[in-house]
Ligand binder design. Sequence first.
Ligand code: AMP
Length: 173
Amino acid sequence: MILILLGPPGAGKGTQAKLLTQAYGIPHISTGDMFRDHKARGTELGKKIQAIMDAGELVTDEITNALVKDRLARSDVTKGFILDGYPRTIAQAEYLEQLLRRRTGFCDKDGTALVQRDDDKPENVKKRMQEYADKTWPLKRFYQERGKVAEVEGVGTPEGILAATQLALGARR
Ligand code: AMP
């Protein structure tokens, strides 16, 4: 199963992704966590994206797609995975479709360490909401046209939302 969690910043996608990972036994892939990890380790990529992330803007599709391509080449994704925070633009969604068509699974390297978020400042949240409205919201239609949307209201306890999500996924099958 391949699950894409689509929702605005602060909707609780990360929390649900962790619960869904346990429920379905498939890995949680968060481009935000991967970027934060690069920042924390001070890699070349981390330095490149630091200012963009701090401003609450989206990292370029080129950089983000390359990161996801590498991640999906690892062996733990063969049974499926949960994407949290990717795709975020139509261009990323189109890239993902193409990637999934060609998917083979091998190679492994690990390491997404959890680091504390420093991109939750109010002015930054505002920008992230705007980026969501402008660039990510259109993805709902993109996936609706492909019959791939299950909608869940992210209100209530994490466990309650998980149950609603599982119900919605069951209803889609
Ligand atoms: P998140 O934790 O998913 O909210 O991501 C934190 C930040 O990482 C975002 O505000 C963006 O700057 C960057 N980011 C994460 N995922 C993506 C993506 N799919 N496309 C572009 N930028 C991203």
